[in-house]
Design a protein around this ligand. Structure first.
Ligand code: AHR
Length: 523
């Protein structure tokens, strides 16, 4: 059958089944899952910042994860460890958010500039009550961003800070004038101002950032953001604090009062299995019930994004304001024997699948989701990197970011999926989650997650108006759901080449193995 005939046959089949998963129609067990990609109908760019990261002064994320100090015997450049920067460059970090998180609303930036032996010593009250000697501050962070070649996203202090402090910070970093702040920056060793693209006015101000009501925060936001100024050609994207999880009332109240004054609003979305905040479950010891629960909970982000966008649209008819999911990821009980305040957790194939779902969903909403930051970069929550003294390993989630980087800056391609369901006990969810994009060179990339840990899924993919010659691919999977990388065995979960995909005319076929993330490149 020619590609065109297949197109028609598949569409008829799909149409006879009402085309999409949303309608609850699924591929029968003995049929293939079917994906139609409209290769010439893409219009929205996937902002690279959707693949963004977040580093807080929490546990060993910044200290040890990034910062070891100039005198350390761990190889470093100006105190920042080399191995971590090199690993992160491979995943093309587009933006890094800092210094928190909850830490942001108790951070006083002036304590973190100037000679290190004269910097302030503060108690990190949120995270283990340890002393932070401020040896990693504004200069070190912006130096790190320059090393990574990424945009800086600073989270300002509304909860315990002042308007003057926030205004001074922006001026200190970005002004090329001879004002007192710019002069102080020069005195501290940085002649030219930095480029600071994103500035968050507070973090989780409904909780750790001051326990405010939405209305009170919205008023404070309006006041604080007034003084977040543009200096010397630097253009700041002003970011308002949005809801955590499902609190749509917060979105509504902040949008109603302050929409006119913001460029973006945030959403935080953490997921776990079937546990609760007291017993979140082990990161590495779980059964299929916990696996299924995480997949299901992760899929919930789709609905939450859609509802937030719905509310935003009511107050922002021109769709000028972006949604930044600036904290997301899995959250498990800390690794046994570690400081509970440090949120150190391992990271298995299950976390990788969850990350793959999140990123595919962000791609889908790329017309409005313009940034997302996984929590967090090193040694905290769903980390990319784990360190132990001099040693460093990368996690399964790191590999997902590396595989998905092909979507950064590409055009999102609309698609329809009719797929098998993954059934567990009396519940079911779609077995496959996919997204596709076309890059500047015309290469089509499809990222596919098979959430079912027991069954492969045969996929037929129709590429509308496209006649590719070749398909290559990579796959991330492992023998067991709980497999993860350790310092002793760092390559248990890593991507390998995937040879089962074939193209014939405009039809691509592949068998997507159980519990895997596959990224295909088609040209
Ligand atoms: O990422 C850990 C914490 O989670 C952040 O500090 C806070 O913003 C969120 O509650």
């Amino acid at each position: 059958m020619s590609g065109k005939n297949l197109t028609t046959a598949m569409l008829i089949l799909c149409l006879s089944q009402s085309v999409c998963v949303v309608a609850g129609i699924t591929s029968k067990e003995n049929e293939s899952s079917k994906l139609v990609i409209y290769v010439n109908q893409g219009k929205d760019r996937i902002a690279p910042e959707i693949y963004g990261h977040f580093a807080e002064h929490l546990g060993r994320c910044v200290y040890e994860g990034f910062w070891v100090g100039e005198d350390s015997d761990i190889p470093n450049v100006r105190g920042i460890r080399k191995d971590v920067v090199e690993a992160l460059k491979k995943i093309q970090v587009p933006v890094l958010r800092w210094p928190g998180g909850c830490f942001a609303d108790e951070y006083h930036w002036k304590e973190g500039i100037g000679p290190r032996d004269r910097r302030g010593r503060m108690i990190n009250t949120h995270w283990g009550r340890v002393i932070d000697d401020n040896s990693f501050g504004t200069h070190e962070f912006l130096d790190l961003c320059e090393m990574l070649g990424c945009e800086a996203y600073i989270a300002g202090n509304v909860g315990s800070g002042t308007v003057e402090e926030m205004q001074d910070w922006v001026e200190y970093m970005t002004s090329d004038s001879d004002s007192d702040m710019a002069t102080l920056r020069r005195k501290n060793g940085r002649e030219k101002p930095w480029r600071v693209r994103y500035f968050g006015v507070g973090n989780e101000n409904w909780g750790c950032g001051g326990n405010m009501s939405a209305e009170y925060y919205a008023d404070l936001y309006r006041r604080f953001q007034t003084y977040v100024r543009n200096y010397s050609g630097n253009r700041i994207v002003k970011v308002a604090c949005g809801p955590g999880g499902t609190d749509l009332r917060w979105t509504e109240a902040v949008m109603e009062k302050a929409a006119r004054h913001m460029n973006a609003i945030t959403l935080h979305y953490y997921v776990r299995g079937s546990g609760n905040w007291t017993n979140k479950g082990s990161a590495t010891e779980f059964d299929e019930k916990e696996w299924f629960a995480l997949m299901k909970n992760t899929l919930g982000v789709d609905d939450i994004i859609a509802r937030n966008i719905g509310i935003m649209d009511r107050f922002d008819r021109r769709k000028r304001i972006d949604l930044f999911v600036d904290e997301w990821g899995t959250w498990w009980d800390v690794e046994p024997g570690t400081n509970p305040g440090f949120l150190y957790q391992q990271n298995t194939l299950r976390d990788a699948l969850s990350a793959g779902i999140f990123l595919n969903v962000f791609n889908k909403y790329c017309h409005r989701v313009k940034m997302a930051n996984i929590a967090q970069t090193n040694n905290v929550l769903q980390a990319m990197i784990l360190t132990r003294g001099k040693e460093m390993i990368v996690t399964p989630t790191y590999h997902v970011f590396e595989m998905f980087k092909v979507h950064q800056g590409a055009t999102m391609l609309p698609s329809d999926l009719v797929c098998h369901q993954y059934q567990f006990q009396n519940q079911q969810i779609p077995a496959l989650v996919t997204s596709a994009s076309k890059d500047a060179a015309g290469m089509v990339h499809i990222s596919i997650c098979n959430l079912n840990p027991n069954k492969d899924s045969r996929l037929e993919c129709l590429l509308e108006d496209y006649s590719p010659k070749n398909v290559t691919g990579r796959i991330l999977t492992a023998e067991k759901m709980t497999d993860h990388n350790t310092f002793e065995n760092p390559n248990v979960v890593r991507p390998v080449s995937f040879g089962s995909a074939k193209v014939d005319g405009n039809l691509m076929t592949a068998t997507i193995p159980a519990k895997s993330v596959v990224v295909l490149a088609i040209k």
